[in-house]
Ligand binder design. Structure first.
Ligand code: GLA
Length: 407
């Protein structure tokens, strides 16, 4: 019995040793970028990606902190006789290295997509059996980010498959952010902290506020459905390892309220902010949402603590997120279609965040309030909130401690 325990402990510690081989400090705050899938699907080509890269700069997204240009599924051509993967010669005639060089020349980083199975979800060559070779190829091309999907994986073990690619990337010698796209099926938040820098927590997002879309056997999910699936996951996220509730649908056709609320909640969740709209035809309204510096600052706060759902009353949800310097972000979300008369008495609410070991007690501390969407100061927590909150919209605030009240 004793022997068995010792062997088990030895194996565990060996396991831990390999788990340390992940690039550190490349995702200390949630990654920010753009990905081709949500708006373009398989319909991508090199000129379009170059134009999107230019638009990332001219629209102001780069200055706002967006860093990665990621091509999703369907960039692939065939493997050659030696097993090396090539890009689709018609869609990417100059090859991937030239594209990566172009993106780098604009001061941005480059991300690519593959799959742990034999084929990607769209039927292109997967990396199964080619992990080390593909990782070397990506490093040679100048890849900075790999999204690694989970289609056509038969019954392989997800921990093994993602660890193999993590180790292959590490051995390839170029820091590459590893984005795991396993859809949350095997609860990666419980085992992937040392494997990936982020992991999808759900199936794919769908362009709607509150719906699910049946693809015939599998579903994709609206903003509210995805939000609800984040329950219980906040303690698994932190600097270097983020819960990923999927890419943004901002600018793809929801109403401006819905886009604002979607973006706010992803900021509260410390989610990776990966835009998924056509940056070449972006409206000022969408730019204003995607580049709001105060909302982005909430998402990028150095503590890296995911927000806490503090209360839920019918259509109203109230979220608190601890920030550095004893500050908080607060988000009142109206899930419903009808406006709500929002009333909030700060002093009647003591927010205890056991996970972050933080408390917001408005009887002992007064906070200055800032409305992050209007960019205006908005009094203090001495005064109750009484306002109308439109349907599918948010009131998002930051709180900065002002005075410690005398007892
Ligand atoms: C899966 C992923 C999506 C996207 C597609 C590409 O559905 O979850 O994010 O990468 O594959 O085929």
């Amino acid at each position: 019995m004793k022997k068995k325990i010792i062997v088990a402990l030895l194996l565990l510690s060996l396991g831990k040793m390999t788990y340390s081989q992940k690039y550190e400090h490349i995702a200390d705050t949630p990654p920010m970028g753009w990905n081709s899938w949500n708006i373009f699907g398989c319909d991508i080509n090199e000129q379009m990606i170059r134009d999107i890269t230019d638009a990332m700069v001219t629209s102001g997204l780069k200055d706002a902190g967006y860093e990665y240009i990621i091509i999703d599924d369907c960039w692939h051509g065939e493997r050659d006789s030696l097993g090396f993967i090539h890009s689709d010669p018609e869609k990417f005639p100059s090859g991937i290295k030239a594209l990566a060089d172009y993106i780098h020349s604009k001061g941005l980083k480059f991300g690519i997509y593959s799959d742990a199975g034999t084929e990607t979800c769209a039927g292109r060559p997967g990396s199964r059996g080619y992990e080390y070779q593909d990782a070397l190829q990506y490093a040679h091309w100048g890849v900075d980010y790999l999204k690694y999907d989970w289609c056509n994986t038969d019954n392989i073990n997800p921990i093994g498959a993602y660890t193999t690619m993590r180790d292959a990337l590490y051995k390839a010698g170029r820091p590459i952010l590893f984005s795991m796209c396993e859809w949350g099926t095997a609860r990666p938040w419980t085992w992937a902290q040392d494997i990936g820098h982020m992991w999808r927590t759900t199936g794919d997002i769908y362009l709607c506020w509150d719906c699910k879309h049946d693809h015939g056997g599998w579903f994709s999910w609206g903003v509210l459905q995805i939000l609800d699936m984040q329950e219980g996951l906040r303690e698994y996220a932190g600097p270097g390892h983020w819960n990923d509730p999927d890419m943004l649908e901002v600018g793809n056709g929801m109403s401006v309220n819905e886009d604002r609320a979607h973006f706010s909640m992803w900021a509260m969740l410390s989610a990776p902010l990966i835009a998924g709209n056509d940056l070449r035809n972006i409206t000022q309204e969408t730019i204003d949402i995607l580049t709001n510096p105060e909302v982005i600052a909430v998402n990028q706060d150095k503590l890296g603590i995911q927000g806490l759902q503090y209360k839920k009353e019918k259509d109203l949800e109230i979220w608190f997120k601890p920030l550095t310097e004893d500050r908080w972000a607060v988000c009142f979300l109206n899930r419903g279609e009808l406006p709500i008369e929002l009333k909030f008495n700060w002093k009647e609410n003591i927010v205890n965040d056991d996970f972050a070991q933080r408390q917001a007690n408005f009887n002992t501390t007064t906070y200055k309030i800032r409305n992050v969407w209007t960019g205006k100061d908005s009094g203090t927590t001495e005064k109750n909130i009484k306002t109308k909150l439109a349907g599918h919209d948010v009131l998002m605030l930051t709180l900065t401690p002002k005075i410690k009240n005398q007892k």
